[in-house]
Structure formats: C-alpha cells, structure tokens
Write a protein that binds this ligand. Structure first.
Ligand SMILES: Nc1ncnc2c1ncn2[C@@H]1O[C@H](COP(=O)(O)OP(=O)(O)OP(=O)(O)O)[C@@H](O)[C@H]1O
Length: 953
C-alpha cells in the first residue's frame, strides 16, 4: 500500500487550524486530502457529517469518495449522504432544504421549490437568455442607447454570470452589500499599474510603454466629438503621457451603464425564477445571500471542518461560501496556482496565489456589519509538498521554464518574480531517460502521425511499466492541443491511415456533419429551402453545376422529395432528427448528442421550427461545444485539449499545434460591455447624436484604458505548464510552418521529420469505434409508402415550382380544412384556389393529415408502412381518401397509385361498413383523378423489390 511521505503525513495529521497547500502537479494533493479526511473521521471525535469536502466536478467528487472508502473505516453506504461533493451540489441541497424564500432576500417575489429545474447546459441557457432579452428590449425603451450598441445579447449573459461569480448581485434599488464598489473599479490599483507602465524606458531614453501603446489610439476608430486627439492624450515632445491622464481616463459617468446592467441582470433573475429554473451561477448566488442573511441557518449548517481540493479552480464567491460554511477554525484548501486554467469559468487564480490577503479582505467584507466569519485570518499555515510522483526531473525542470517564457514577441515576463512563487519539485522517478524534442513541418498532421509511428516500439522512448523499461505502444502516447478543432482534424487524418486514435473531450457540435445535415433538412422543411437542398445535394455527390441546375429547375430527386414528405409527417423535431440520422447511417455519439441538444433546448424554451433553425445556425457560428466521448481502444493514441487533460497523466506527451496564433489563440475580442479588474464596468461603444446624426461611436476612454493595461498571457503559460506536466517520461512538441513564440523561446531544438505516415495494419491494434446508437423505439422494420415508388418518375413533374411550393400548398390545404384560414394566398395560385373549390364541394367530415399505419409481413419479417394521408373525407355511406399533388403533368400517377393504395387499404379496414374510394387531386388544374387501388400482395411484392430501404420507425 502506498504510504504518505513526511510532508503529506504532516498535512494528514494537522487537523486543526487554517492550512493552505499550494503544491505542484503529481505531488499527491488529492491523495493527501482524502487520507486527511479518513484520518479525521476515523479518529472518533469527528463524524462525516461534520466535514465538508468540496471539489469541482462530479467525477472528481466520486473519485474522492471512492478513495476515502478504500482507506477509512467507513463504507460506501455510510458515506452516501456525507457532504462530499461540488459547490453546485452543495448550494443545490442548501436551497432545496432551506431556500424557498431566498429570492425575497433580493426583493424578488418568487420561490425556489423542488420543481425548480437546474439548467446546466450552456446552449440551453443561451437560448433562454435570448428569449428573455427580446422581451426586455421591448419593455425598456429607456435603455435604448445601450440596446443599440449590444450586438450579441448573449454577451450580457456572460457578464451576468461573471458578476454572479464575483458575488455582485442586484437588489431592488441597487446592488447587494458592497457590490457597486466592484462595478466602479479600483482607481488606486489602476493608478499603480499606470504609473509603472508610464516610466520612460532605457534609463529615460525611450518613451514609456503606455505612451507607445497609445500610438495606435483612434486608429480605425470613430469617437464622439469630445474625445481628445492622439497628440493631446500622449503629450508632445515627451517620453511619458502627461500627469493627470490616469484620472482623465478612469473617471467617467457610468450611472446609466450601471443602471442598464442592473435592470438586465435583475430582469433575467426574475425571468429564470418565473420560468422555474436556476443556473449554476444563480444557485451559488442565492445560497450565498441566504447564508449571509440568515444567521441562525448559517450557524446551524456550518461545518467543523471545511476542505477544498483544486482550490485554484474556485471563483471569488466560492471562496466566500467556504468561509461562510466554516463554523470553527478549521479550513484546509489544496491547490496549485500554476495549474489555474479556468478563468473563462470564473476561476480566480488569486484565491490561491494571494490566499492570505484575500482571506483577510473577504472576511472583513463579510464581517462589516456583524461577525459571519470567525476564522483566524492571521494564523494561516502554508504547507509544501515537493516530492513529485509522476514525471522525471528533466520534465519537471523544463515545465517550470514554461512559466517564465514569453508568449508573443512583445510579451514581458519578470522571471525572478515568477520563480519566487514556484516551490521546486523533486522527482522520485526510478529512471531518468527523458527525451524532450520538437518537430516542425508544413504538413503538421502527417508529421505528428509519422512521429507517433516512429515512437511506438522504439526502445529510445522506453517507458516504465511494472518497474521495468519497455518500448511504448500507441496507448502510451497522448496528443494534446490548445484548441479543439485541431484534435478533430488530426483524428480525420489518422483515420485515413487506420492509425488507432481516439478523440476525447468536447466537440464543436453544431459544426459536425450530423448537425449540418439536420439543419439542411429543417431548412428544406421550412421556407428557406434552397440553402438546405444545396447541402443535401452536395452531400449526395452532386457537383456544383448540378446543384445549381436542380435548384433553378426545382427538379429535386424523387427519393429526396419523398424523404422530405416523410419528414413533414415526423413526430416533432426529435422525429425529424432521428429520421435524418438514420437515413445517413449516423448512429454514433455525435448524432445522439445533437439529438439530445436539440430536444433539451426545445423542452426548455418555447421554440418554433424557425427558431430551432436559427438556434442551430448560431451554434455553427459560435462553435458551441459539447462533450462527446469516444472510448479509446485498448491500444490507441488519445487526443485531448489541454483543458480536458487536467489531472491526468501519460507516459509520452506530444504537444501539437504549437503554432503562432493558435497558442496563444489570436483575436477573440471582448464584448461591448465588459467588466474587469481594476477598470470596473465599461462600454466599448456608445450611441449618440453627435456630428449631427445618430451613430454608434467607439468609446474613446475604454479604448485608451485598455491600452494602459498589459495584455495578460499568464494563463496561457499556465496552460503550457499543465500540458507539459502531464508527461511522465517523454515530451515532443510539434508545429506547422510557423512555430509559436513559446517553441522559439524554449530550450529545445526544432528538428524536421519526414511526414510519411505508414498505413497501419488494421489487425494489429484494437481500436474502439464510437459505440453509441441513436435511441429508437423497438419494433418492426418501418417504411413509408414512398419507398414503394420509383424516383425517376418524378423528374420534371412540378414544372420548376419546387418542393417548398408543394409543402406550402399542402399546409394551406390542411389549415383550410381545419377552418384556420379562409384566403388562398396569391403566391400559391392557381393551386390553392383549386384546393378551396374541392374542399368547399365536400359535405362530410374532413380529416386532414390522417396518420395511416399498415402492418404487413414480408417473407416472415414484420414490416410496417406508415405515412400521412393528406385528407380523409368521411360521409355516412362512403369514405374518400385524397392526396394532393402539385405536379403539372400526370407522369407520376402510376407511382402515386402505389402510395394511395396503402392509404386505401388501411381505411378499408377501418371503415368496414362503408365504401372507400381513393383519389389524387392535381391542384394545378383542379383535376380529381380516381385511383384503382393495388391489392396487398402487390404492395408486398413492391416492398420485396430491390431498393426499398427501411426508414426509422
Ligand atoms: N506517498 C506516495 N507514494 C507513492 N505514490 C504517491 C504518493 N503520493 C501520491 N502518489 C501518487 O502520485 C500520483 C499523483 O497523485 P495525485 O493525483 O493525488 O496528485 P495531484 O497532486 O493531485 O496531481 P495534479 O495536481 O497533477 O492533479 C498518483 O498516482 C498517486 O497515487
């Protein structure tokens, strides 16, 4: 059994007081904190209910629980309800148990109940926010100047979540406790940074960094009339910008902006509660307010011991929640500032890096009107863990250099200041045979794969297995990348060569073929058909010219038209998606995830099919991601993003995509309304009527202010550090034609490699395939009546009027039959007029879009034909089925006969006491043509014929 080392043991045994463990990767932080928990509860005085143990993902929480069970006297069942979990889970429990009226503490008259759902999906939340914002904009004309400058509403959702994670909430009249102070920014802190940046450089010979950066002030920008000129701002004949510039830039009247953000934030909170849902951010918000305001409850809930793992991932409000929940002097947080890479999820690296200062500040803030936090703020003990159980010393030392390496040409790092904060690690690896190499080639994907192939089986890259050095296999190699798209591309190239590789982590779901084809078919069903047909035809192998021809002529292939009709009859959008995926043979994890995304967003919001199309389009634009994991085979290379690889380890790491503008990623501008320390809330654009006409101007102050703060690449360096410290033994960097600054600066020679990938022998390795299936109900094989028809018969039958036209006529017919409309639209003439004539002439009951199901047996196999009959007309002695066709010719009548025969057959069974007739109504000329139904045996024969492929039931 693994025994703790001396330092680990100290932490395990120091059960009283405030402890901060800021320790490096692979030093056994999680190992130690779980042993500490076991030690506490096994001692006899402390019960599991007295100890709060928090981490950040459900997986991590489960793993901690398992580790504790393995090393304590408690079993799985006894720990089942113990408070071991995530901040979100904890807040959820607190609110459900005690938080019914929590919203009233912010003056919102709504309740949190068991029926309040948790919306934890980003795409769903964004859609809900859009819905809210549309209404908000209509109801708040007083905010017009801001409504006009915000181009993308969901940027405000990001802002709301960011403020919530900081503990800034709107009350009825203003902001909760001292929240407004954050919005106003911190002039002192800004002035300090400003001063530092405004010192002339080179002993006074070179202008200050700020003056230099203000050189591009105003370039390509349009400011309001009162903006100072570049020369005024920078001062002339000087090496530093004039005194007073910091105040001039910082001070601004932001009351209207704050009021806008306040109303959006508060409006959205109320909207969410009214719609009976909460987000992760709002869970924490209400739990925090509840614990701040209800002193008895706080005391009742507080724990004797609070422990937090991965503390570098905590946000400001999570730190404060931990303080509010610590009922005694015992708090233990464990983390690594160097691995803080989740600022986009509001993690605050300062929580670890400046733990003592933050503890003091937060406790003072929370205690300003009464004592809420009783922890001793001056008795923090810092513990170190320096023994690294993962990597060789060469890898550890190399990774530390990453933390002081400039990320771009102009990036400045202060190595001494950074090194001061690094606790050096000692490797306890038994073998020290590390190779650290770099390659670069224009054909980067092939180069990476060729390199991987050369590594596999090569003794020079030996790894340790069961205490011995052995040549590596594919499963020992992980390719890590900064951006997602690279991983997907690499996987595609690997497939071409049958190289065993699996991608793990989030994919840009809406940019996958599955999502694109679904979007195309939805467009075909909706009005914007051409864009849909183009994708579908292209996918089917039509050339560009052919696609253009088909679109112009409206001569869509019969099988596609038939499929379209089938989709029109599908049950909801889930039904459409299932049929589309089934048609293209998509049964993997991606299809299942698209289906799930679409269904969950439909379930949560009030969406029409048109809204859903726009939702998918926005998904394509934004590159929203979802987890889709394809289990790696027993011996395949894994590809992951750096973010997804946190906490994991691999014998050999290939860090790919080390390219300029990829790592760090280029571009990516901030939103129109931003919040950041120390500037507070700022708008980048203003709407005003200057220079004689209304216009959206750039805000000169915000532009200038942003140039005064250095661009931060610290988190990019930490990402690099996380990537490198995943490697146990060997490290290979790979770049394309233009390596990034990191690779240029790090002490490793960039070699070349022949990008020739060998085709792997397929039998040699076990590669897992995507083992998912689209859920479909069990049952017999399903067909539509269209599968009985020959496609060729349809070409040219509609005289170029297109499938969309046909659908519209059908929809009109249905609505007219239901009495939902009276007027035939002019654009559907002459067809709609003929439909009206026919329907008006019928005296009985009209049943449009009647669902028809015909079970059959074909060669012993159960088969079902199902579809929608356009119209069933029921009278006392007779029943008539009518199918509308917009064809201008009768060429396809023989084919339609097959379809209508199916309907006839079913109705004949339903209405045994009446005569059943069948007709096709050619709406173009109003011709009602009788159909002589085929016998069932003919239908069975047709099904047996070649080419009839089943559709999803
Ligand atoms: N005292 C020890 N003796 C042997 N192995 C140990 C010891 N402490 C930790 N380990 C091993 O070191 C590895 C890393 O441990 P753990 O996952 O707890 O590290 P960590 O510090 O949380 O890492 P990271 O910060 O990278 O997530 C594990 O495989 C663990 O079993």
């Amino acid at each position: 059994m693994t025994e703790p080392n001396g330092q680990q043991r100290r932490l395990i045994e120091s059960t009283e007081g405030v402890h901060l463990v800021d320790a490096g990767p692979g030093t056994g932080k999680t190992f130690t904190i779980t042993r500490r928990y076991a030690n506490l509860v096994d001692g006899g005085d402390v019960e599991p209910d007295d100890v709060l143990l928090v981490t950040f993902t459900n997986n991590a929480a489960t793993e901690m629980r398992d580790r504790i069970v393995a090393h304590s006297d408690y079993g799985v069942r006894e720990l089942r309800d113990a408070p071991i979990g995530t901040f979100h889970g904890l807040c959820h429990d607190v609110l459900l148990e005690h938080g019914v009226h929590a919203p009233t503490l912010l003056g919102i008259d709504d309740r949190i109940t068991r029926a309040t759902r948790l919306v934890d999906d980003e795409t769903v939340e964004r859609e809900l926010f859009r819905e809210f914002y549309g209404r908000f904009a209509d109801d708040h004309p007083e905010h017009e100047p801001f409504l006009r400058v915000v181009e993308e509403p969901t940027e405000l959702l990001g802002l709301v979540n960011q403020l919530a994670a900081k503990g800034v909430f709107p009350t009825e009249e203003g902001w909760y406790r001292n929240g407004e102070r954050h919005l106003d920014g911190d002039f002192e802190a800004f002035a300090e940074t400003f001063e530092a940046g405004n010192r002339p450089r080179n002993g006074g010979g070179k202008q200050s960094r700020i003056r230099e950066r203000l050189g591009s002030y105003g370039r390509g920008k349009c400011y309001r009339a009162d903006a100072p000129s570049r020369a005024e701002l920078r001062g002339e004949g000087t090496k530093r910008v004039p005194d007073g510039t910091a105040e001039l830039l910082f001070e601004d009247d932001r009351e209207a902006l704050k009021s806008f953000v306040h109303d959006v934030y508060r409006g959205y909170l109320a909207f969410a509660l009214r719609r009976n849902y909460l987000t992760f951010g709002f869970l924490q918000l209400f739990a925090f307010v509840l614990l701040c305001e209800d002193h008895d409850l706080r005391e009742e809930l507080a724990f004797e011991h609070v422990m937090v793992d991965e503390f570098q991932d905590s946000s400001e409000i999570q730190f404060k929640l931990a303080l509010l929940l610590a009922g005694t002097d015992n708090l233990c947080v464990v983390g690594d500032w160097k691995q803080s890479i989740y600022s986009f999820q509001y993690a605050a690296v300062e929580n670890v890096a400046e733990f003592e200062a933050r503890l003091e500040r937060f406790a003072a803030e929370l205690n300003d009107d009464r004592e809420r936090v009783g922890l001793p703020i001056d008795g923090v003990s810092r513990l170190e863990l320096v023994e690294n159980y993962r990597s060789t010393q060469a890898i550890i030392d190399f990774a530390e250099r990453a933390l002081v390496t400039p990320a771009t040409g102009g990036d400045e790092v202060d190595p001494a200041a950074v090194r001061d904060r690094i606790v050096p690690l000692e490797s306890n690896a038994a073998f020290g045979n590390s190779r650290i190499e770099a390659i670069s080639h224009e054909d980067e994907h092939e180069a990476v794969l060729a390199k991987v192939q050369s590594i596999v089986g090569d003794e020079a890259y030996a790894i340790e297995r069961d205490g011995e050095l052995v040549a590596p296999g594919y499963g020992d190699v992980a390719v890590l990348t900064r951006t997602r798209d690279y991983g997907r591309e690499l996987l595609e190239v690997a497939r071409e060569y049958d190289l065993p590789m699996a991608y793990e982590g989030g994919v840009e779901l809406f940019r996958t073929d599955q999502a694109k084809l679904l979007l195309a078919w939805l467009r075909i069903l909706e009005s914007d058909a051409d864009r849909g047909w183009a994708v579908v035809l292209e996918e089917a192998g039509y050339s560009f010219e052919e696609v253009r021809h088909v679109l112009e002529e409206g001569t869509y292939p019969g099988n596609m038209r038939a499929f379209r009709t089938e989709l029109a009859g599908a049950n909801g959008v889930g039904g459409v998606a299932r049929r589309v995926f089934s048609r293209y043979g998509y049964d993997g994890g991606v299809a299942a995830t698209v289906l799930d995304a679409v269904e969950s967003v439909r379930a949560a919001t009030t969406m029409t099919r048109g809204d859903l199309i726009r939702f998918l389009e926005r998904g394509v634009e934004s590159g929203a991601t979802r987890e889709v994991s394809a289990g790696a085979g027993a011996d395949s290379v894994t590809v992951r993003t750096i973010h997804a690889t946190k906490g994991l380890e691999h014998p050999i790491v290939v860090l790919a995509n080390m390219n300029a503008n990829r790592f760090p990623p280029g571009g990516g501008g901030a939103g129109t309304i931003t919040f950041e320390d120390p500037l507070g809330l700022r708008a980048r654009r203003v709407y005003a009527e200057d220079h004689g006409h209304p216009h959206v101007y750039h805000d000169w102050r915000t532009d200038a202010l942003r140039r005064c703060l250095p661009t931060e690449y610290d988190e990019e360096r930490r990402l690099l550090y996380v990537a490198l410290t995943r490697a146990e033994r060997h490290l290979v960097f790979a770049a394309g034609g233009e390596p990034n600054a990191f690779l240029e600066e790090l002490p490793v020679d960039i070699g070349t490699v022949e990008p020739t990938v060998r085709r792997a022998d397929a039998g040699g390795t076990e590669q897992a395939t995507l083992g998912f299936s689209v859920p479909t109900p069990e049952g017999p094989v399903g067909y539509t009546p269209h599968t009985l028809m020959r496609e060729e018969a349809f070409s040219g039958t509609a005289d170029g009027r297109g499938a969309a036209y046909g659908t519209d006529v059908h929809e009109f017919a249905e609505r007219y039959a239901l009495g939902e409309t009276d007027d035939p639209p002019a654009r559907l003439e002459p067809d709609a007029g003929h439909v009206v004539d026919l329907l008006d002439s019928l005296g009985g009951e009209l049943r449009p879009e009647e669902e028809i199901v015909l079970p059959l047996e074909v060669d012993g196999e159960r088969v079902v034909l199902s579809g929608l009959a356009d119209l069933v007309h029921v009278r006392p002695g007779t029943v008539e089925v009518v199918d509308f066709k917009t064809d201008t010719t009768r060429r396809a009548h023989g084919e339609y006969r097959k379809q209508v025969s199916v309907y006839h057959r079913v109705l004949d069974e339903w209405f045994t006491d009446r005569t059943v007739d069948a007709h096709v109504h050619y709406t173009y000329d109003g011709d009602l043509v009788p159909v002589d139904p085929l016998p069932v045996t003919d239908l069975v024969d047709l099904l047996r014929e070649e080419g009839a492929t089943p559709t999803a039931p």
